[in-house]
Design a protein around this ligand. Structure first.
Ligand SMILES: Cc1cc2nc3c(=O)[nH]c(=O)nc-3n(C[C@H](O)[C@H](O)[C@H](O)COP(=O)(O)O)c2cc1C
Length: 304
């Protein structure tokens, strides 16, 4: 039996009753088997990335399973703002946990216009910025170009009063440089990280496994790299870090807290175990009790 431990965490102005939430695009309130009470016991709810206008995704196949996770090349198909307003936002009104809307855009102006529209909805607590998308102006990914990343966050902050969470790309040489750039530009929180770019080839058919040829690797195989990145970034930035990549169990989530993350997101693991986030919340409480910590805050960044 667990004694009462404090699982609450503050991410800047965002207050969560526990530090576990879904990763964007891997969890949909419309088709999860979790009931409303279970959904309301998560730290937050995050939408799949939405765009100002409807975006089509990549040609199939879009998913390929790897030995230690999966690859996806969905290409960020996204609902436009009007669809989101009419069909998704009303469903979110029902929840009593912070609602985080993930955003994707083609240009800084596009991102800013969407942020401005979303700013009108009180129900939305924070905007998560998906930086793993190409900027139409130069074809480069927002998350791999330091100057564009900084400019995007800086401009966005001028267009929204919501908490801004910058979801970094791991496909960079030095994650600390990107984390510092996001912090200096005004991001309230950084998220480490989105998927790693990879490729798989069918040697019989002599074609790439994914319709888009390359895709994002997620799942347990990337976890040690993410833990290292969180640890490195946590030595440099003061704003809170949210860790995501390969979490399948309480033990995996704990590694991220110890490395310096204040909260975690769970992605691919939801596909094989829809209860995984609930299990992890309970597991963290059990661990804190066993180790006689009063609060999850006590273990954030313990490893120096
Ligand atoms: C099928 C699929 C769809 C995804 N869609 C999005 C998305 O819309 N926006 C986003 O920021 N990340 C998206 N991601 C990335 C995840 O949110 C997460 O960063 C990544 O999968 C690493 O976490 P994991 O190893 O726990 O899955 C997607 C991942 C997968 C596997």
């Amino acid at each position: 039996m667990n004694n009462k431990v404090d699982l609450s965490i503050n991410l800047g102005n965002l207050q969560l009753k526990n530090p576990v939430m879904p990763a964007s695009g891997t969890f949909d309130i419309r088709d999860t088997i979790l009931n409303k009470e279970q959904l309301n016991s998560l730290g937050a709810i995050i939408t799949k990335s939405i765009a100002s206008h409807k975006r089509l995704g990549n040609p199939g196949p879009r998913i390929w399973e790897t030995e230690a996770g999966m690859m996806n090349a969905v290409g960020i198909p996204a609902e436009g703002f009007e669809y989101f307003k009419e069909n998704i936002l009303p469903l979110l009104e029902d929840f009593c946990v912070p609602i985080i809307v993930s955003m994707v855009g083609d240009s800084i102006t596009d991102f800013c216009q969407l942020a401005k529209k979303l700013d009108n909805f009180e129900k939305i607590s924070a905007l998560e910025i998906n930086l793993s998308c190409p900027n139409l102006n130069d074809g480069l990914y927002f998350g791999t170009n330091k100057d564009v990343l900084g400019d995007l966050i800086y401009q966005l902050k001028k267009n929204t009063g919501k908490v801004v969470m910058a979801k970094l790309s791991p496909n960079v040489t030095d994650i600390t440089e990107m984390a510092l750039t996001a912090e200096e530009a005004g991001a309230d929180i950084i998220i480490i990280a989105n998927t790693f770019l990879g490729m798989a080839i069918d040697s019989e058919k002599l074609i790439p496994r994914l319709g888009n040829k390359v895709g994002g690797i997620s799942g347990p195989g990337i976890r040690p790299i993410i833990v290292r990145m969180i640890w490195e970034a946590s030595q440099r930035v003061k704003i809170p870090i949210v860790g995501v990549g390969g979490i399948t169990s309480t033990r995996d989530a704990l590694e991220m807290f110890l490395a310096g993350a204040s909260a975690v997101q769970v992605g691919s693991a939801n596909f094989s175990n829809p209860y995984v986030m609930l299990n992890i919340i309970e597991g963290i409480a059990g661990y804190l009790n066993k180790k006689k910590y009063k609060s999850v805050k006590d273990i954030v960044g313990l490893i120096k």
